[in-house]
Design a protein around this ligand. Structure first.
Ligand code: F58
Length: 815
């Protein structure tokens, strides 16, 4: 246990836990690490000194964690993900290190408030949406559950673009998130890796299988890591992020001296472009090769690091899968499968069958979609050029695999064609989802319905072949970030109700709130929390029904359906200005992929409708539409606590799970939703009387599409729907939105008009419930009380028991 006493062993003092100690350390950070003084420190100096002081406390726990975990030599969980939406770090790390109060105190001599300093903490936006945030919630819960784990990802220079509105439409700006540096990060330059691309392969004399790959380009991968503390435990895991660099030799001094400045750095620039920017979508041809390069870069660096770690404590390759489980977050890191085969066969000289048996037992795959267009495929010619050896290995994997299929289903040529890893319809393409299913031990969907539809539709042939491989693990969210940090007022009410904050590590305990749902004083407190959160958000009248739709813009999520409801409310109020209208604030937030024009038209129309309503003195007192710019984790943390109504209105069968639905329900918003994704499980948990259900189910939606969906019939039949669409077409909203109306009336894949009437009827149910304040509050409390299941701690426990087969390794406290 030499490492355990490392700090004491070298005579380092232990960091103190009193306010004085913390203050001393903060001032010392300011003086020695920022090189400034109390008198001349800027707000940013204070921020960085504070971040370093908090980080030191976690670093201490990190050192003990690493020592305890390595001593145990466990099966490690490696989470491979191209995206992490970690959220702001300062507030989280103050909470997880229990130093929030100390920090507020210690800043006083600097004349700074903690709130002011927190505003300088930039969130690393290294992800697009739900998939990236799920990765962040899962690593939080792995640490909280003492599971030895490392998250691997890419340290993009530019994260998800910053969104602003220009003339009511989305404009994008680069997100240089680390412009001022990132105090949370530890560079680990000695663990750098070299990654190859392009080139050719050569036979190895005497071996029929092994090859020598001679890359045409090499790039360095430099890691740094951020700390991932567990809550109310000693464990601090890490997320290790790779950044691409050219080698020293990539700078061409002679060209520079000759004045050819651009040419002199072009090789380095090419290398660095690999981790330059997160892809906000995959719809541009130009970026595709670079994206595949990113994926391979992540996999190659991470696998070599994983192997390095394995060899610290182990020698025999046959133990590799017992000590390693690599979870693939969607297909983005799937090239890790042929890469591990390449390393084992070509570099470590294992025979093919042994390598394949190890590889298969090492990986598991999580799928996050049902949309066929979202299943990744790569042109064979691109693969061949960029990763020639990997394509050869994929062909070999495919050959063995198709033999297995043939053995199970003799003579079924059609099945073989459907299942092949290489798609032959038109241009030959590598089907990454097929590779991911073939090369892993377990495949899971992210909600019950999603997992069932995967088995019965998209991956049916594979489920026929290997039924036991397919599992469900319903998503979850971090209660620390999305209740405790986002909603401190509600957290206090819950802790008072439950007699402590143990629920933050055991969310099922929220069930004990049920008995308080009928207590008038508790209800009153519950309401006043929601109201105060609405005042803070300042999006509209805090007494209005705050109706929120916050998520990426996509036609399948159907922001356009919400908009038709808004336009209909607008018409109704205009027609009957003296009606007994319930004041509503409808809040939208979310980004559209820059090249996704249909989604951008919807954003533009929302803003045009918002402007028209705001300018209408008859309607404006009752209805307000707000578009909050630049939706990210930080903004979500402000909106979610203030929401009364959660819009989860995707066409059934399209949303894999959703996680915003869970965050909102846990914060006491009531859901209006379809039977899609995890909505189904939320409804089952909260009770159907506490959920507003509408619309076609997945089966009916599929049937409607087969039998012919005729949007015009809905339009002709429904006068209010007709009025809404006609208004758009007549230019009632500044002439904006005709493309939206046209697509709804044309071939709308997402059957929006089919669900319109059912949705409007359901909104009337919502209003009936809202009019009865006590009924609403009771429903709200029950939503929170019954959603403990949706903790990511439970999700991680499911993965640990059923897929990873790992147990916690607790880290001893320092005494
Ligand atoms: C989301 N996928 C699902 N993809 O849509 C959502 O239902 C689910 O709750 C969530 O994953 C977590 O399981 C998602 O966010 C992406 O962001 C893609 C990343 C790669 C580029 C295209 C979008």
């Amino acid at each position: 246990m030499g490492r355990m006493d490392l700090r004491q062993g070298i005579g380092l003092r232990r960091l103190g836990s009193t306010a004085d100690d913390f203050q001393q350390d903060l001032l010392s950070s300011l003086y020695y690490r920022k090189g400034t003084t109390v008198e001349s420190a800027s707000a940013r100096d204070a921020y960085e000194a504070l971040a370093l002081t908090v980080r030191d406390r976690l670093a201490d726990r990190r050192a003990r964690t690493a020592a305890a975990q390595f001593a145990h030599n466990p099966r490690w969980v490696y989470y491979l993900s191209a995206e992490y939406l970690l959220g702001a770090q300062l507030e989280q790390n103050l909470l997880y290190s229990g130093t929030g109060d100390l920090a507020a105190q210690a800043l006083k001599p600097l004349g700074r408030s903690l709130e002011e300093i927190e505003d300088l903490d930039v969130e690393p936006g290294l992800g697009n949406g739900g998939l990236g945030r799920l990765a962040a919630c899962l690593i939080d819960s792995m640490a909280t559950r003492d599971i030895p784990a490392v998250g691997y990802g890419i340290r993009y220079d530019f994260g998800i673009f910053k969104q602003s509105l220009e003339d009511g439409g989305q404009a994008e700006r680069a997100d240089d998130w680390a412009f001022h540096g990132n105090p949370w990060e530890f560079p680990a330059p000695d663990d750098r890796q070299t990654v190859g691309f392009y080139g050719h392969t050569e036979p190895v004399p005497g071996s029929p299988v092994r090859k020598r790959w001679v890359p045409g380009e090499t790039v360095l991968g430099e890691p740094s890591h951020m700390l991932v503390p567990g809550y109310n435990t000693e464990t601090v895991n890490i997320v290790r992020l790779w950044r691409a660099r050219g080698s020293e030799a990539s700078f061409d001094l002679s060209r520079f001296s000759a004045g050819q400045y651009a040419e002199a750095v072009q090789e380095a620039v090419r290398a660095e472009n690999i981790s330059k920017v997160l892809y906000p979508d995959d719809s541009t041809e130009l970026g595709r090769e670079l994206r595949l390069k990113q994926q391979y870069f992540l996999c190659s660096c991470s696998l070599r690091d994983i192997i390095r770690r394995f060899r610290l404590r182990n020698e025999n390759w046959d133990d590799f899968a017992d000590k390693t489980i690599i979870q693939l977050n969607d297909t983005h890191p799937t090239v890790a499968i042929p890469e591990l085969m390449r390393l084992l066969v070509d570099e470590y000289e294992l025979d093919w069958d042994r390598a394949w048996s190890i590889t298969r037992r090492t990986f598991a795959y999580t799928c996050h979609t049902l949309l066929p267009e979202a299943l990744e495929t790569w042109p064979v010619h691109m693969f061949e050029r960029l990763l020639p050896r990997h394509l050869e290995i994929i062909y070999l994997i495919n050959m063995h695999f198709l033999r297995e299929v043939e053995a199970h289903f003799p003579g079924d040529a059609d099945r073989i064609r459907r299942m092949s890893i290489i798609g032959e319809n038109g241009e030959r393409r590598v089907r990454m989802a097929h590779l991911a299913v073939v090369g892993t031990e377990a495949v899971n969907g992210v909600a019950e319905l999603h997992s069932k539809l995967l088995r019965e539709t998209v991956l049916q042939d594979f489920a026929d072949l290997w039924p036991a491989k397919f599992q469900n693990v319903t998503n979850g969210i971090s209660p620390r970030r999305f209740i405790r940090l986002a909603n401190p007022r509600l957290s206090e009410v819950i802790s008072d109700g439950l007699g402590g904050d143990g629920w933050l590590n055991d969310l099922d305990r929220l069930a004990e709130l049920e008995s308080l749902a009928d207590d008038p004083a508790f209800r009153e407190r519950w309401r006043s929390v929601k109201r105060a959160n609405k005042v803070d958000l300042a999006a509209g009248d805090p007494d209005s029904l705050t109706d929120v739709m916050i998520k990426r813009f996509h036609e399948y999520k159907r922001q356009q359906l919400k908009l038709l409801h808004v336009i209909t409310m607008y018409h109704r109020i205009r027609e009957n200005p003296n009606g007994d209208w319930i004041p509503r604030t409808v809040l939208f937030a979310g980004k559209a992929a820059p090249a996704y024009h249909a989604a951008k038209h919807i954003i533009r129309l929302i803003n045009a409708v918002a402007a028209t309503i705001a300018a209408d003195p008859v309607v404006a007192p009752h209805l307000r539409v707000v578009f909050a710019e630049n939706y990210n984790v930080t903004l979500a943390e402000r909106i979610i606590p203030a929401a009364d109504l959660s819009e989860q209105i995707s066409l059934a069968g399209k949303e894999a799970s959703g996680t915003g639905n869970m965050k909102l329900a846990l914060n006491g918003a009531l859901t209006i939703g379809t039977l899609d994704g995890a909505n189904i499980e939320i409804r089952a948990h909260v009770g159907e009387e506490n959920f507003f259900l509408f619309g076609l189910d997945a089966f009916q939606a599929a049937e409607a599409r087969i039998n012919g969906y005729h949007p015009r019939e809905h339009y002709e039949r429904d006068a209010e729907l007709r009025a809404a669409l006609d208004a758009i077409n007549a230019g009632a909203f500044g002439g904006v939105g005709r493309e939206v109306a046209e697509s709804l009336l044309g071939w709308d894949e997402y059957l929006t008009l089919a669900d319109y009437r059912s949705y409007l009827d359901c909104q009337e149910e919502v209003e009936r419930a809202w009019r009865d304040r006590d009924r609403w509050t009771r429903m709200s409390i029950l939503n929170t009380a019954r959603c403990g299941f949706f903790s990511a701690d439970r999700t991680v426990a499911d993965y640990a028991a059923r897929i990873w087969r790992v147990a916690p390794v607790p880290v001893p406290r320092e005494d």
